[in-house]
Structures are given as structure tokens and as C-alpha cells.
Design a protein. Structure first.
Length: 86
């Protein structure tokens, strides 16, 4: 390309045709961000579950006691869910 051709280029003038992304990436930024977040959250949750089961295998594992308040909270949660669906 000669100097004259380079100087005569007007990049501010709209070109005709469809702009194509050369990277070949198809997808919107919010959608990709959501998928990345879901993958990270899933991996983190899976690692917590794996650590819990690995920790249970140790000889000094103490089972976690279930307090009575847990059952009361469960009944309240189920009752409120049923009331909202009804």
C-alpha cells in the first residue's frame, strides 16, 4: 500500500457491510459472565463437599449434633413455603 493510499483512508467514514468479529467468539458478555460464575460456584461447592467427605474419613471425626431448633426451623420453612404456594 502506497503512502498516498494510506493517507487517503478515511476510517471515520462508515464502511458498508457487516462487521465480523475476527476472534470467532459468539456470545454476549453477560451470558458468558453468568456461565463463568456458575462454573466457579459449582467447583467451589463441589470442593467443600469433597473436603467434608474426606474429613469424615479421619479417625478423629466427631459427628455434628443436630439441635432441636433445626427441626423447628425446618417445619417453619416448609409451612411458610406451602403458605406462599397456596
Amino acid at each position: 500500500m502506497s503512502l498516498r493510499q494510506q493517507l487517503s483512508i478515511k476510517p471515520w467514514v462508515a464502511q458498508r457491510g457487516i462487521a465480523v468479529d475476527a476472534s470467532g467468539f459468539v456470545g454476549s458478555t453477560p451470558r458468558v459472565t453468568l456461565w463463568v460464575f456458575l462454573c466457579v460456584a459449582s467447583v467451589l461447592f463441589g470442593l467443600f463437599i469433597a473436603a467434608y467427605f474426606i474429613r469424615m474419613a479421619y479417625a478423629d471425626w466427631q459427628p455434628v449434633p443436630v439441635p432441636a431448633l433445626l427441626w423447628l426451623n425446618t417445619v417453619i420453612l416448609i409451612g411458610s413455603s406451602m403458605a406462599l404456594q397456596w
